[in-house]
Design a protein. Structure first.
Length: 307
C-alpha cells in the first residue's frame, strides 16, 4: 500500500513537471523581436560550440546528463531536431530534456508497479520495453513536430516567393523586400516569416548573406529553400534579375503543390479502404443479414411446431 502511494505521488509530480515544461516549450512568446534575438544568439553559439549554451539549473542538469556515455550525441541530435521543429529559444533544449527524462522515469516507475510479484525474467523484458517506449516516445513526437514545421514552410513557399518577387519588382532591396514580405505574412505563414526575419537580422548583424541563407537551409532542411537560397545568392553574385526568377520559381512551386494535393486525393481512396473493410462492411452485413437470419429461424421453428 505504501509503495503504491509513493508511486502515485511520484507519478503525479512527474506528470506535473512534464505539463509545466511542455507549456514552457510550446508557449509562443508575444515579443517576436526578443525571440528572434535569442534565436540569433543561440544560432551563433551553436556554430562554435555545437549546442546552444544553457545557464543556471537547467544547464547543470544538461551537463550532468551529458556525462552519461552516449548522452552528448543524443543531446546534440535533440538540439538539431528542436531547431528543425522551430523551437530555438534558450530554454527549449533544457525543457525538452526534462520532458524526455520525466517520461522515461514515469514509464519505468509505472512498469515497476505493474510487474510487482512477477518472475525476474518477465520483469527484465517489461523494463526493457518500458525503457524503449520512454526513450523513443519523445523523439517520435519531436520528429512529428519537425515534419509538421517543414510541411508548413513548404506550403508557405509559393505565395511568399510570389509576393517577394512582386515587392522586388517595385525597386526595393532584397533585405527590405524580405522584411516587408515577413510583415505581410506574419499572421498567415508565421514560420516562414520568422525564418526570413532571422536571415535579415543576421545580415544586419554583419554576417554574409550566403552564410545566412545556408544557415536557414540547415535549420529547415528543405530542398525548396535550398534552391531558393542558391537562386538568390547566384542572382546577387552575377547581377541577374531576381524578380523574374522568383516569379518563375513560385509558379513551379505552385505546380508542385497542386501535384501533391492530387497525390493526397489519390491516396485517400486507398487509405479509406481499410476502415471500410474493418468497420463499415461488418455493420452493413449485420444490418442486412441478421433480420433475414432471424426471420428464417423463426419460420423453421413454426414449421417444426406444426409438425
Amino acid at each position: 500500500m505504501l509503495t503504491a502511494l509513493l508511486f502515485f505521488l511520484l507519478a503525479g509530480a512527474t506528470l506535473a513537471a512534464i505539463v509545466w515544461t511542455s507549456l514552457q516549450l510550446f508557449n509562443t512568446p508575444e515579443d517576436f523581436l526578443s525571440e528572434r534575438l535569442a534565436e540569433l544568439r543561440s544560432v551563433g553559439a551553436a556554430s562554435t560550440e555545437g549546442t546552444r549554451p544553457v545557464q543556471g539549473l537547467p544547464g547543470r542538469f544538461l551537463r550532468m546528463i551529458s556525462t552519461i556515455p552516449g548522452a552528448e550525441d543524443w543531446i546534440r541530435g535533440s538540439d538539431k531536431r528542436l531547431r528543425q521543429a522551430g523551437y530555438r529559444g534558450e530554454k527549449a533544449l533544457s525543457n525538452y530534456i526534462l520532458i524526455a527524462s520525466g517520461f522515461l522515469v514515469f514509464c519505468l516507475g509505472g512498469m515497476a508497479i505493474l510487474q510487482r510479484g512477477h518472475p525476474p525474467s518477465d520483469m527484465l523484458g517489461a523494463f526493457v520495453a518500458a525503457g524503449i517506449i520512454g526513450f523513443v516516445g519523445p523523439q517520435f513526437m519531436l520528429g512529428k513536430l519537425a515534419t509538421r514545421y517543414r510541411r508548413r514552410l513548404q506550403e508557405a513557399l509559393p505565395d511568399t516567393i510570389d509576393l517577394l518577387g512582386i515587392v522586388l519588382g517595385t525597386g526595393l532591396a532584397l533585405d527590405q523586400a524580405m522584411n516587408r514580405v515577413s510583415d505581410e505574412m506574419q499572421y498567415i505563414y508565421p514560420e516562414l516569416a520568422n525564418e526570413f526575419y532571422t536571415v535579415t537580422m543576421q545580415v544586419r548583424a554583419g554576417q554574409e548573406r550566403a552564410k545566412a541563407f545556408n544557415s536557414m537551409v540547415r535549420r529547415t532542411g528543405l530542398e525548396d529553400i535550398k534552391a531558393l537560397s542558391a537562386m538568390i545568392i547566384q542572382s546577387e553574385r552575377f547581377g541577374t534579375s531576381l524578380s523574374m526568377a522568383l516569379n518563375a520559381y513560385a509558379a513551379d512551386l505552385r505546380q508542385r503543390r497542386r501535384l501533391r494535393a492530387d497525390e493526397a486525393v489519390g491516396k485517400a481512396g486507398i487509405k479509406m479502404l481499410f476502415p471500410i473493410v474493418l468497420f463499415i462492411l461488418p455493420v452493413l452485413f449485420v444490418i442486412t443479414l441478421v433480420p433475414a437470419v432471424i426471420q428464417t429461424l423463426h419460420d423453421f421453428q413454426l414449421l417444426g411446431g406444426a409438425r
